[in-house]
Design a protein around this ligand. Structure first.
Ligand code: HAM
Length: 426
């Protein structure tokens, strides 16, 4: 195929052979969120660029290097969403959902980041994103984390572990930032270009550097843990005791800083060693300052996102099967009159009580060719109509997986005959 017409690098097609696994994983997450009382919200895939700049932060990898940003035909700068939190918060504010109300919301869909594609890291990827708005915590922090643990359990995924940290309040971070700036200034010569640029505007981002050459300097930097004020420390202790009581194991990782600026206090990541370099499967935290920062009333908030490509891969590595749904019946219709009667019969079977899953043969062909297709479809029963059956007002019902022979049945009795044949197979 002409290369210019191929899919864009880092953006994948989901082929039919893989969609059953995706549906199984997405279905399990949806049901869990629903059971916990979270409701779906859908927001646009593009937003004004400024929303992401203000929410995620100007001096972050995402905003500086990874956004798909372009002007629309009116010259307005818009961006393909790199994440869902900013859009959900915008929508909640715009529709008054935060006015004397609390919200437990989820959203799913594609996100876009111009990262270097590799296994587990794509330019179009998919998230399940969850946000709880209006809850000061730490009870909601615990509930959210317990819920993520249940999602992994429900999917039978075991090789994940939870890392936890507190980034403190904005006042805590301001004190920390002053000391951190001093520390990095003292190591100015060893900083890479990105870090030097970030030193004055956003020194916390240096801790997040992906450059291996920076790791030693980062490791020697002061730790935020020592700067937590009483409120932040109490919040963190409260969350930890709730998680202990709920039996959710975690490791406190003082180096966990997250790559987006809106976080404060609780942050967490579920990581795995099964996916090579891209170990974070689910990540999030508290962002109590964001709503006010975007011009709304101060509103405490926490959320997380699961990376679906990574979760689906873990589900597959765990050896779980995810078979596509197969039809109950493959309807074979040979001849023009049979085609008319067959199409009608297929609809009747789909409306039977309980309904049957029917794949209707399209594309013509003789009896043998159609029966080969019936066999390949995986259906347990073929319903066969030819000119003779049309004349007689009957259909043939033939089990495809066993030794039972074909029976000739009046059209009104086909659904029952199919069910008896299915029961024989089962
Ligand atoms: P994030 O850590 O940027 O957080 O992304 C969350 C998850 O999305 C990651 O842990 C990873 O599984 C997946 N992910 C991120 N980038 C890629 C990529 N290029 N390819 C494949 N998967 C990827 C957020 O997006 C926050 N909005 C989460 C949040 C919600 N915080 C509060 N509420």
């Amino acid at each position: 195929m002409n290369q210019a017409l191929q899919a864009i690098r880092g953006m994948s097609d989901l082929l039919p052979a893989d969609s059953a696994r995706w549906q199984a994983v997405e279905g399990a997450i949806r049901r869990t969120l629903d059971d916990y009382g979270y409701r779906e919200i859908r927001v646009p895939i593009v937003e004004r660029t400024e929303l992401f700049q203000r929410s995620i932060g100007e001096v972050t990898d995402i905003v500086e290097k990874e956004m798909y940003t372009f002007d629309d035909r009116n010259g307005v700068s818009i961006t393909l969403r790199p994440e869902a939190t900013a859009g959900i918060v915008r929508a909640a504010m715009e529709h008054g959902l935060l006015h004397n109300q609390r919200q437990k919301l989820w959203c799913t869909g594609p996100m876009f980041r111009y990262e270097k594609p590799q296994k587990g890291r794509y330019r179009q990827f998919h998230q399940f994103d969850v946000e709880a708005l209006g809850f000061p915590g730490p009870d909601i922090d615990a509930e959210i984390i317990v819920m993520t643990a249940r999602i992994f359990r429900t999917l039978g995924i075991r090789h994940v572990s939870l890392q936890l940290n507190s980034l403190g309040s904005s006042e805590d971070r301001a004190r920390y930032r002053a000391d951190l700036t001093e520390y990095f200034r003292a190591h100015h010569d060893a900083l890479d270009e990105d870090s030097r640029r970030r030193l004055e505007r956003n020194p916390l981002r240096i801790l997040d550097s992906k450059n291996p050459a920076m790791q030693a300097i980062v490791a020697g930097a002061p730790r935020l843990t020592g700067y937590l004020g009483d409120d932040s420390a109490a919040h963190f202790a409260g969350l930890r005791s709730l998680l202990d009581a709920a039996g959710v194991a975690y490791t406190v990782n003082p180096r966990l800083v997250r790559g987006l600026d809106y976080y404060g206090r609780t942050v967490f990541e579920w990581v795995t060693d099964q996916l090579g370099a891209q170990g974070a499967v689910c990540a999030g935290g508290r962002y109590d300052g964001l709503v006010a920062h975007l011009g709304g009333e101060p509103t405490p908030a926490i959320g997380f996102a699961i990376g679906l490509e990574r979760l689906v891969e873990l589900h597959s590595l765990a050896g779980h099967a995810a078979a596509a749904t197969i039809p109950d019946v493959y309807l074979v219709a040979v001849g023009d009159a049979a085609l008319l009667a067959g199409l009608r019969l297929a609809e009747d079977l789909r409306e039977a009580s309980p309904p049957l899953r029917v794949e209707f043969h399209c594309g013509g062909g003789g009896f043998k060719a159609q029966m080969r297709r019936a066999d390949r479809s995986g259906a347990a029963v073929a319903v066969i109509i030819g000119d003779d059956e049309v004349q007689a007002g009957t259909a043939g019902v033939k089990p495809l997986r066993g030794d039972a022979g074909q029976a000739s049945v009046p059209l009104a009795g086909v659904a029952d005959a199919v069910r008896r044949a299915l029961a024989g197979v089962a």
